[in-house]
Each structure stands twice: as structure tokens, then as C-alpha cells.
Ligand binder design. Sequence first.
Ligand SMILES: [Zn+2]
Length: 383
Amino acid sequence: MPELTGRLVDTGRPVRLRIEDGVIAEIAATTSDIDLWLAPGLVDLQVNGYAGHDLNTDDIDAGVVGDLVRSLWAAGVTTVCPTIVTGTEQRITRALRAVAEARAADPLVHHSIPCVHVEGPHIADADGPRGAHDIAHLRPPDVAEFHRWQDAGAGLVGIVTLAPERPGALEYIAEISRAGVVAAIGHTAAEPGDVAAAVDAGARLSTHLGNGAHLNMRRHPNYIWEQLAHDRLAASFIADGHHLAASVLTVMVRAKGVERSILISDTTELAGMPPGRYETPVGGPVELSADGRLALAGSQLLAGAARPLLDCVAWTARHTEIGLRAAVRMATANPARLLGIPRGELRVGAAGDVVAFRVDSATGRLDVDTTVVRGVVVHRGGA
Ligand SMILES: [Zn+2]
């Protein structure tokens, strides 16, 4: 049974942590002087791909899903919601089946994927709110299609991001909420009243608030203020240093409160790859820079996100007043609570999902040393 020694991010206290039967069995104070930090394994609610593994291709299969999850373990992520974006119903159900097969094939992959996030296809068609989603496959919310997704993926869909101004959205939100699925507002051009109605119908999350939005909009009221004001909405943020300015993230987290704030990576398959120019099937040529900025080649327009969640935690800790402790909560306990799963905290009885990392004091980088999933060491740094 693995034992880890390090300082708890929450308290700074050095401890020896023992895991038994997949859960944390003991956390004991120790006097050893150690430069490792211990945090719960990260929980990422939005991952489209990573390290060359892409969930949104037409030929997605279980092997890609398993490889994706394993490559995320090396980045300190122990819980992930594979994210399937706008596409034909056939591609969405194929991806859901692939995730279900990958879970059935490996108990640790099963543990690491509590559910799937479907982002789209019921989103706004306007430029800006639509983001990079394929306009040809947008369609209004359809409860019957949702049930076909659940049939295809053994009930795996746990989050659906949609635009609440779409006809039928409120009934859809109410229906999936009754089924225990998180209805999330995103890629929207909603009027303030649409946001309020969505919250009343059961919506619980704003997806990457501040992105997937118009470049220019009425200063107030608008759908960003409206979502910030609703206490029943948690909000996810892409804190990669490119999608939100530090001041914007700071103010949004203050408006939501730390406990309702969630960090996500929203990474594409190019995350974790060397810097350079890449050809993408949908977006054409893109440029990945050393600081994780992914832009359309020769343009200022972002072409997706490319920094894993631990980098987002590091960026938040270094560039805002939020601090490392709160930033870690926003990437662990808070998303776990939204999903209703007993993870994201280091306490006796919680899931044995742990990441041990070092802080590079010069750059603020967080480097994964060891990752443990349900008591099994799945990654050791340098090895
Ligand atoms: Zn998005």
C-alpha cells in the first residue's frame, strides 16, 4: 500500500499519508523536512484531448480514451470528464461508446472517468459565442437525443453545456437536471432573462465563463454579469494565462466565491506537445507557443487551450491574489462537489487519489513527482 510523505497544500504541515484499499487510511504528522507538496489528484471537468489523443475525431475508439486518461495521470489529473463537442449524433454516440468501453477495460480508467461532458450541439450560432464549434451541426435541444446518448454510453453523460436561449432549452434543462445531470450554460448569446430562467429550470454551472462570448457586447446588463450574479451557478474558468486576464479571473472568483469557482483546462490534443506549427483537421494551421498559447497561425485568435490543469493552478497562484491553496481547491474539491463524488480532498476515508509535486520557486511551475489513483501509483516523475 503506497505511502507518501510531503507537505499538505491546505496547511503546510509535513505528513505521512497512507492509502489502503483505495482510500486514504491515515494522515500522520511527521518531522521530515521535504520539498514535496501533497494535494488531492486534480479533477478536470473539461478535456477535449491531450498529448496527441483527440476525443473528437470520427474514428475515436476506446484505445484513445484509455491513452488520454493515462497521459493525464502523468500531469496530476486523476479525475476527468472527457468532453465531446458539437458534431453529428453518430459521432457523439460513437465517442460515448468508446468511453464506456475504455472504462470497462480498465478499473482505474473507470475510476478516473466519473462521467462525460457533452459541450454543444445546442449552443448559439453567432460568431463569438459559437467559438470553434461547427455551425453545420448545431441544433436545438432535443430530449429524445439526450436519451439516445445515455443509451449509447450506459448513462455516462454527466454534464451538458448548452445555450439557454435556444427553443426548448428550459424543458431540456429541467429534464436532464431531474436525471441528475449537470446542465451548464455556455457558448450562449442569452438575454439576462434567459439566464434567470435557466437557473430556475435547474442549471448549475457556467462553462468557461468569459470565453465563448462576443468580442464586443453591451456593457451591462449582459449574460456575463447575469451569470456572475446567480449564486446557484458555479462557474468554470480557463486559467491558462491566455483565455482570461489575471484581473478578470480575480474579479470573477471574488464574485462567485472560491467555493463556487472551478478551474478547467479545456485542452485540445495539442496540449502537452512541443511548441511549433501544427495542422488541425477543423481549424487549419495553428501555432503552439512555449507558454502554452494556441493560436490560429498568423493571427491573434486563440484556437483552443493547451495547458494542463496543474499549469492553470500554478498560473492562478502566481498571477492573482487567489493563492495556491484556493487554486488547488478550485481544481479538486469544488469540481468533485459539483459532480457529487467523494474526492478532491485529502482526509481519511476519501478516495486515494493524490498528486505529489514540487514548486519551482523561480518560475512558479508545479512539477508532478508522483500520481496515485485509488491507491495505485500510476506515475513517478523522471521514471
Ligand atoms: Zn467551449
